[in-house]
Design a protein around this ligand. Structure first.
Ligand SMILES: [Zn+2]
Length: 401
């Protein structure tokens, strides 16, 4: 295009925009992303819901899942911006679903806070939530939980691996070509037992991310004496569903699969990548010992295999939880234990137990669990695992021929 015709089109566009601005009435304010008060959904972790402007500072979002049927985790994440301090109203329309996530707000300083209950009004049998919040020129990000987009997660993995001397390796790619990255740490001897830690299968499960990070930070702290971690091979895949995270999905990957129902079928590249890596390690002589998979639900619970399943190590869950309960520094209950969870579903923990005869445990933190408690639970679980490992060498040596 010549520069002259380019200029002409720009002028025409300018004229059209001026015309639109002059003639809009409140009911015809147009899109959500323009005007003095704006709502946008264009960062990693935000969905692309239909947005309707219902007033100069009022919006309606149609909150819908990526496909159905689906686990009801109606996620939302959007940015607000206003030219001057303004009371903004955002109506979330959940259709046949119900409000689940208490909104969190980041006013541009990277600090997330729960919005007060008075800022959210539920209507129509909880199928509609109306959020009211004051927003100014600094803007605000509001979401169902704290937002950890794919860039943030990649940065955390890189930083964690560097600080604790783990190696990073791309073991596969998501449907949209994002890296499925594994962090590894080798044992000091050949044929050591392998511990696998997974996370990020379900995008809105943010307390699972917070728990996984706190757990790993504590577990991989370097002790002054002998490090019990040296007796194990470590394979850590913190972010199994980067596409789902990026697009603000409720549950699935881009293949419209709940990834934690694909351990067995392995129809999706994300889960298939982990299986291939595990099978490669097994063929090199590593022995799967334990798998922990981090998630979120309505409460703090460990879904464990039944004690009488005949797994090796025997009674891992009972022993680990006994240590955890014993050293728990907080008040009241620690994790609930849910032994009979989904034994017939193709989940990671069921597959791990079936394929390798070793325990797989789903570690769940509550969506609304106080974040300090999430950290304390995760740190205590890590310390308990360390204590278990410090006691285990004798047991392992006794089992060797
Ligand atoms: Zn989950």
């Amino acid at each position: 295009m010549s520069s002259r015709s380019h200029l002409f089109i720009m002028a025409l566009l300018g004229a059209v925009m001026t015309l639109t601005a002059c003639t809009t009435s409140p009911s015809e304010l147009g899109g959500c992303a323009r005007g003095d008060v704006r709502l946008t959904q264009d960062f990693s972790g935000s969905p692309a819901y239909d947005c309707t402007r219902t007033g100069p500072a009022a919006f309606e979002l149609t909150v819908r899942p990526e496909s159905t049927p689906i686990n009801p985790s109606p996620w939302f994440a959007f940015d607000l911006e206003a030219e001057r301090e303004t009371a903004v109203s955002i109506q979330l329309d959940y259709g046949e679903y119900e409000h689940r996530y208490r909104p969190e707000i980041d006013r541009g300083n990277g600090i997330w806070e729960a919005l007060p209950d008075t800022a959210v009004r539920l209507e129509a049998g909880d199928s509609v939530a109306v959020i009211r919040v004051d927003v100014g020129p600094g803007g605000a990000r509001i979401a169902g939980q704290e937002v950890f987009g794919v860039e943030d997660r990649a940065r955390w993995r890189t930083d964690f691996a560097e600080r604790h001397g783990l190696s990073r390796q791309m073991i596969g790619q998501s449907i949209e070509g994002r890296a499925i990255e594994a962090l590894s740490r080798p044992a000091t001897r050949q044929g050591a037992p392998l511990i696998v830690i997974l996370g990020g299968q379900h995008p809105p499960e943010v307390t699972g991310v917070l728990g996984l990070r706190a757990f790993l930070e504590t577990l991989f702290e370097t002790p002054s004496g002998e490090n019990p971690l040296d007796h194990y091979e470590w394979l850590i895949v913190p972010d199994l569903n980067p596409d789902g995270v990026h697009h603000g999905h409720w549950r699935q990957n881009l293949g419209r699969m709940d990834l934690n129902r694909d351990w067995g079928p392995f129809t999706q590249p994300e889960t298939a990548a982990v299986r291939a890596e595990l099978e490669a390690r097994v063929s090199e002589g590593q022995t799967p010992f334990l798998m922990l998979d981090f998630h979120s639900t309505h409460r703090d619970v460990l879904y464990t295999p039944p004690d009488d399943l005949g797994l090796s190590p025997e009674n891992f869950a009972a022993d680990w939880i006994a240590i955890l309960d014993h050293i728990w520094p907080g008040e009241g209950d620690v994790f609930e234990r849910g032994p009979g969870h989904n034994p017939d579903l193709p989940t990671s923990k069921t597959w791990f137990a079936t394929r390798y005869g070793a325990p797989g445990i789903t570690v769940e933190f509550g969506d609304e669990t106080d974040r300090d408690r999430v950290t304390m639970l995760a740190q205590t679980a890590a310390r308990a695992l360390r204590i278990y490992m410090e006691r285990a060498p004798a047991r392992n040596a006794a089992a060797e021929p």
